[in-house]
Design a protein around this ligand. Structure first.
Ligand SMILES: [Zn+2]
Length: 120
């Protein structure tokens, strides 16, 4: 049996590798082509945490639905909710909470620090 969840993630990340092959175009211009995977809203907001030649870490925020997408090791993780891992996303929010807008920390989807606090 093929796990479709793993499969769609694999397809998604191989697409990202193709995208990343053309490094010169990646950087901020990436924002010109990225749309929210849930509601297709465009353009998205970008917060950069660390930047070398490329944006190494940051967060992409959809102002329409309040969803946020992490950029980790130069890779934007633009995954729909059902492919998100709370165990990866919450530590990311914690790590960068000083640089992430308050609204995203408190109301961001699919996970935010408020839902985390309510549960514990
Ligand atoms: Zn959205």
């Amino acid at each position: 049996m093929i796990d479709t969840r793993v499969l769609s993630k694999a397809v998604y990340f191989s697409w990202l590798l193709v995208l990343q092959a053309d490094r010169s175009r990646l950087k901020r211009k990436l924002m010109d082509i990225l749309a929210c995977p849930v509601d297709k809203f465009y353009p998205l907001e970008l917060q950069v945490f660390e930047e070398k030649e490329e944006i190494t870490s940051g967060v992409i925020i959809c102002p329409k639905c309040n969803r946020w997408y992490p950029i980790i090791d130069e890779i934007p993780h633009m995954l729909p909710d059902d492919l998100r891992e709370e165990g990866e996303d919450l530590p990311f929010l914690q790590q960068w909470k000083d640089k992430i807008p308050k609204k995203t920390l408190q109301e961001g989807k699919p996970f935010n620090l408020d839902t985390d606090r309510q549960r514990s």
